[in-house]
Ligand binder design. Structure first.
Ligand code: XMP
Length: 522
């Protein structure tokens, strides 16, 4: 993981989130930014210089898997307590704040887990302004605060926790035993909003429109008069990164788009038209379809497919980049979740997405420096930035799409014909789902299975391909549920595919969640 190097900072007050190993640390940062307040996640033991560089205006201590009273448990740095800044402790963070400030934390007899009724006892506390007396909150803890530290008062309770929230208004230190960042906590957003605005008095000044100017300046300083290259994949991250860098260095940026023939219907044309004709970027479009098909000839194993595609992609990219003199920089669309020094293990999806972004080993081989203008942004911020930069909606709101493209959706051997069949089925499925499903699923597509089955069409017996449709709801691809598509939509997809696409006589719908299944079939 690309970590530990000093980052060029957004010159803005920051809510520093100290990560004690919570599952939800990134989510807290996203929620804070949704309140238009800039935030970053740092490990709980980050050196004070690291914290200070970020101009901290307030701290949030996250939850974590440990018990604050266990030997070797992670503790809040003294300097944070001494900083005089407002502090919000969540779950483990609250217990740690209580412990550090001189209170008592003991194991609870009953572990409290899941949804519970939160009762506010101090309705006039600034952190609970506008929060109803009773609401649902989401809890997950084994320990509990029994004696409050000096200066603190209890602000809320639940049936099993006498102190479900505590606060010291003098110092602006607050603790919440529940998780305000998760959707199940009904008033969570309001509580976070109150902490940021009413307790810490922070301005809502984090917006993509104001991010652009600073980012352009930073890129100009980094790249100077050198040339840079960027591999455009058609995805939103590389598209936004390239457009932002082009704002800074204009035609000194060359974009290379490798058409590996594994994109969806109309996609390659759209990328070329958008970047060349609408955004006027310096674009080299390489038609490498035959080369990739040849390399993939007869390959069935998905991992093998991925390896071949990665290798060919780098080879093609390198061949074209070599001709450009003076290139010193490679632009990549790395996002904040890949950068955070997380205390929790990276998921399979996260890790995968990263290897794709990193164009495997290229920077070292070509002796290129990295320009990663999105490394402090979350995906939804990248989309907002894309809109600000004038990128067309289909690119800004493009669904996640695997780097190896349709190669992982044509199961079994890949041929031109099978790709063409899948492309048509996929276009039909996407068209019908977009038109008929509300809410629109997070990701949806067709898969060409290696199965053939018997059918009957007119007076003829058929023996042809089976296509599967996948549509899921998800937040980030790490977990997903299958979408309850209306029967009419499924009906329309099935009828159209079987009637319009030769070689397909059966359509099935995938009703498995992730876990235990994955989103892609491979
Ligand atoms: P799975 O199949 O692991 O996919 O449940 C989770 C999410 O990741 C996408 N995906 C990829 N994205 N390169 C990518 O950039 C890849 O190799 C890759 N494989 C899967 C997938 O579409 C889903 O959104």
């Amino acid at each position: 993981m690309a970590v530990h190097e000093p980052r060029s900072e957004v010159a803005q007050e920051t809510v520093v989130i100290l990560d004690f190993g919570a599952q939800y640390s990134q989510l807290i940062a996203r929620r804070v930014r949704e309140e238009q307040v800039y935030s970053e996640v740092l490990p709980f033991d980050a050196p004070w210089e690291e914290i200070e560089r970020r101009n901290p205006a307030a701290f949030i201590l996250t939850g974590g898997p440990e018990s604050v009273i266990a030997p070797g448990a992670p503790h809040i740095p003294e300097a944070v307590l001494a900083s005089g800044k407002p502090i919000l402790g969540i779950c483990y963070g609250m217990q740690e704040l209580a412990r550090a400030a001189g209170g008592t934390v003991v194991p609870n007899e009953i572990r409290e887990f899941g949804k519970t009724e939160l009762v506010i006892d101090a309705v006039h506390a600034p952190i609970f302004e506008g929060v109803p007396g009773h609401s649902q909150a989401w809890m997950s803890h084994g320990d509990t605060v029994t004696d409050l530290p000096k200066g603190f008062v209890a602000l809320a309770h639940t049936s099993t926790s006498a102190v479900a929230a505590m606060g010291d208004p003098e110092r602006g230190w607050y603790g919440l035993q529940f998780h305000p960042e998760v959707g199940h906590t009904e008033q969570g957003r309001l509580v976070l909003h109150n902490f940021l605005r009413k307790v810490a008095g922070l301005k809502q000044n984090w917006a993509m429109s104001s991010f652009i100017d600073g980012a352009v300046e930073r890129i100009k300083t980094q790249v100077g008069d050198d040339d840079a290259i960027c591999a455009l994949s058609g995805g939103v991250d590389s598209a936004v990164a390239a457009t932002l860098v082009a704002r800074a260095i204009g035609t000194n940026l060359t974009c290379v788009f490798v058409d590996h023939g594994l994109l969806r219907e109309g996609e390659a044309e759209e990328v070329v038209a958008t970047f060349r004709d609408v955004l006027h970027l310096n674009l080299i479009a390489v038609d490498a379809r035959t080369r990739f098909l040849k390399a993939l000839d007869g390959v069935v194993d998905p991992e093998e497919k991925r390896k071949i595609i990665g290798r060919e992609f780098i080879a093609v990219f390198e061949e074209h980049a070599r001709d450009l003199r003076n290139v010193k920089w490679l632009v990549q669309g790395t996002l904040y979740p890949d950068v955070i020094e997380s205390k929790t293990p990276q998921s399979k999806a996260g890790a995968k997405i990263k290897t794709h972004h990193n164009v495997g080993g290229l920077p070292e081989r070509m002796k290129l420096g990295l320009v990663e203008p999105l490394r402090l942004l979350f995906k939804d911020e990248v989309r907002a930035l894309g809109r600000e930069l004038g990128l067309p909606e289909p690119i800004v709101f493009r669904q996640p799409f695997p780097g190896p493209g349709l190669a992982v959706r044509v199961l079994g051997a890949i041929t031109e014909e099978r790709l063409a069949v899948l492309r048509r089925c996929d276009a039909i499925a996407r068209e019908e789902i977009k038109r008929g499903a509300d809410p629109e699923p997070w990701q949806y597509f067709a898969v060409l299975t290696p199965l053939q089955s018997v059918g009957v069409m007119g007076d003829f017996r058929t023996y042809s391909n089976m296509v599967a449709i996948r549509a899921v709801s998800s937040e980030d691809g790490m977990t997903a549920d299958w979408s309850r598509l209306p029967y009419d939509v499924l009906q329309q997809i099935s009828t159209r595919i079987v009637n319009e696409v030769g070689g397909v006589n059966r359509v099935v719908y995938d009703i498995t969640s992730k876990p235990p299944a994955t989103i892609e079939w491979e």
